[in-house]
Unconditional design. Structure first.
Length: 329
């Protein structure tokens, strides 16, 4: 009788383990961080992936997977058996979502993208990015991570992402890129100075070809103790900006107004990409001291102030007058 009971029990478990019980379509489930096997069983049962009975728990303990089921978002294929589901959760084959952070965004803008994707709490992300105690755990002696959240495409999984883990992920990517771009060079400026200038290049340059030239212009001006006069730094220093940079804004005294303050601003104004960092480390050898937008994504570069003023008139003042005149007709 005992042997018969054992055999019956074994068959009861085995038949359950190898019998497909999932729907005929793939099903996405989220296993939260810290969930135990009983909670996972309830989650799977709610999605009709397994029967809501004790055999799943027994199977998990018999296969020694009970303590090795990983959190995350899973796509359970159709017609899976309970045993296959356990193995899937044990291996941690989670759904990976590509999330792209473009170059040239500041911390608040990065937080907005991540919050819109429901990955983080935006205000908490921004607060942590400005917390020196937390920043120190990432290997920086800084008051803000502005400029050091590397723009890239990150593969994220639901249930495994937090504000701290995302900040660490982006900073670790920065460390890796910095080590790569400086492997065969000894920067003349500090890392913070390089990233600060690279952030300015990122905001000013619309084409890859112009990045080293713009970096060269800024470095030429710094060498001559000329103010950098970069509009993006002024905008960054404003509490509010409506898209229209005024003469009053250019005169406003802030730490980031490079029309008023000499040298570099106190820190980066956005997260520069690899090309902008490399442009600062290896700038073009050019004589230019000025540049102005041609309104087509490129710039006109000048050596003298006279030439620059002529270019400003040709590419900025004259088109504005024509547009205003056309609008009045």
């Amino acid at each position: 009788m005992v042997l018969l009971a054992v055999a019956s029990c074994s068959w009861w478990i085995a038949s359950y383990a190898i019998s497909p019980s999932t729907p005929d379509h793939g099903t996405t489930v989220l296993v939260p961080r810290g969930a135990g096997v009983r909670e996972i069983q309830s989650i799977l049962a709610r999605h009709d992936l397994i029967g809501d009975d004790g055999r799943f728990l027994v199977l998990a303990y018999l296969t020694r997977t009970a303590g090795r089921l990983r959190a995350g978002e899973y796509l359970i294929p159709p017609q899976q058996t309970p045993l296959q589901i356990l193995r899937l959760l044990e291996k941690g084959k989670v759904v990976l979502h590509p999330v792209t952070i473009p170059e040239g965004l500041n911390i608040a803008q990065i937080a907005r993208i991540l919050e819109e994707g429901e990955w983080i709490n935006g205000p908490l992300f921004v607060r942590l990015a400005g917390d020196p105690a937390f920043i120190a755990t990432l290997g920086f002696d800084l008051s803000s991570l502005e400029g050091y959240l590397f723009p890239d495409t990150y593969l994220l999984t639901r249930g495994e992402v937090s504000e701290k883990s995302l900040l660490a992920m982006m900073v670790n990517r920065f460390h890796a890129v910095w080590a790569s771009v400086t492997a065969n060079t000894a920067p003349e400026m500090t890392r913070h100075q390089v990233i600060t200038l690279a952030s300015m290049v990122e905001k000013e340059a619309a084409t890859a070809q112009e990045r080293p030239i713009i970096a060269g212009v800024f470095l030429n001006r710094l060498a001559r103790n000329m103010r950098l006069q970069s509009d993006p730094t002024v905008i960054y220093g404003l509490d509010e900006f409506d898209g229209n940079l005024t003469r009053e804004d250019l005169k406003r005294e802030t730490a980031y107004n490079t029309y008023v303050v000499g040298g570099l601003p106190p820190g980066p104004i956005c997260s520069p990409g690899r090309e902008s960092i490399e442009a600062v480390l290896r700038p073009a050898d050019v004589p230019f001291l000025y540049f102005v937008s041609k309104n087509d994504g490129t710039h006109h570069f000048s050596v003298t102030l006279k030439e620059h003023n002529e270019a400003v008139y040709r590419y900025q003042v004259l088109p504005a007058r024509r547009q205003k005149s056309s609008g009045q007709l």
